[in-house]
Design a protein around this ligand. Sequence first.
Ligand code: HEC
Length: 120
Amino acid sequence: MLTTYKHGILAVASAALLLVSIVMSVPARSADIDPASGLVIADGWEAVRANCTVCHSAKFITFQRGDRDSWKSMIRWMQKTQGLWSFDEKTEDTILSYLAANYPPGKSSRRKNLSPADLP
Ligand code: HEC
């Protein structure tokens, strides 16, 4: 009698554990996306939408990855060669922080390289 009871608890507990692990293995819901531009809605996104979707689609941004420096050099390149206006310091900081935070390098599904020890 006692053992059946224990088994019942165990079954419930392991079912719960299983459920938890299934739920946890589903990637967290991705950030909200602005349906019109495709930009991640996060701090600074409106500055980016206002300044960065005038000449080209936001897809140029959402398909691109980079750290703060590489975003900065893309912006400098557009300023030098493509007629992009310059930003005041605060706006540029907002834009760069947004880009580096939401479109950082290496955020792809590719696994890390094997360590040399794991190679044949
Ligand atoms: C004055 C027009 C203009 C504005 C405003 C502008 N861009 Fe661009 N951008 C361009 C042009 C032109 C290209 C090159 C298009 C091509 O390759 O055909 C480009 C290309 C890009 C690319 C692709 C670079 C690559 O090598 O793949 C990215 C990323 C990008 N822009 C991001 C931005 C961001 C972020 C902003 C806002 C800070 C912005 N753009 C604002 C004109 C602009």
